[in-house]
Design a protein around this ligand. Structure first.
Ligand code: GDP
Ligand code: MG
Length: 182
């Protein structure tokens, strides 16, 4: 077991959050790491990350989740952001079609910068705003199947599927990694 100051973990995995500005990336991360949600969009300058550990098969898996913190607005994400990434959540807003249309570009950029084995989940956020829905679950699901990525709809506001989405990505990475070493 790796010993790191007062905190022990068996595996440390770097995840990145990508997707258009305003889709809820920062709130998904604060919901997952601190169980917090904020109504205003304060896009912090510079890259930030937050950690949270989960347990799978008695192993402590620490997810280090990086947030673009505003640079995505200018599509100015550098290769340093992607370095060492083993999992990604590509987020769109179910009420803004263009954010779903742009997923393809985000996926390409991700694949250009990362290893083949990377675990990717497509995340349709703001599922609480069903009356404003502009992207159907079926079309997003079809796209995820075509691209062989996982898919989930979430609400950072209502804490719907947020835990599940991050946990699923971390668990899948653990499965892929342990298969590789057998
Ligand atoms: P980012 O630019 O992708 O990091 O998006 P933010 O996390 O800053 O969120 C942008 C705006 O969407 C903020 O006003 C949030 O309060 C709001 N927001 C984020 N997630 C949700 C959600 O699940 N439901 C609703 N209704 N609003 C959300
Ligand atoms: Mg943000």
């Amino acid at each position: 077991m790796a010993s790191f100051a007062e905190e022990d973990y068996d595996y440390l995995y770097k995840l990145v959050l990508i997707g258009d500005s305003g889709v809820g990336k920062s709130n998904l991360l604060s919901r997952f790491s601190k169980n917090e949600f904020s109504l205003d969009s304060k896009s912090t300058i510079g890259v930030e990350f937050a950690n949270r550990s989960i347990t799978v098969d008695d192993k402590k898996i620490k997810g280090q989740v990086w947030d673009t913190a505003g640079q995505e607005r200018y599509r100015a994400i550098t290769s340093a952001y992607y370095r060492g990434t083993v999992g990604a959540l590509i987020v769109y807003d179910i009420t803004r079609k263009v954010t779903f249309e742009n997923v393809d570009r985000w996926l390409k950029e991700l694949r250009d910068h990362t290893d083949q084995n990377i675990v990717v989940m497509l995340v349709g956020n703001k599922a609480d705003l069903a009356h404003l829905r502009a992207v159907t679950t079926d079309e997003a699901k079809a796209y995820s199947e075509k691209e062989s990525v996982f898919f989930m709809e979430t609400s950072a506001l209502e804490a719907l599927n947020v835990e599940k989405a991050f946990t699923e990505v971390l668990t899948q990475i653990y499965r892929v990694m342990s298969r590789k070493t057998i």
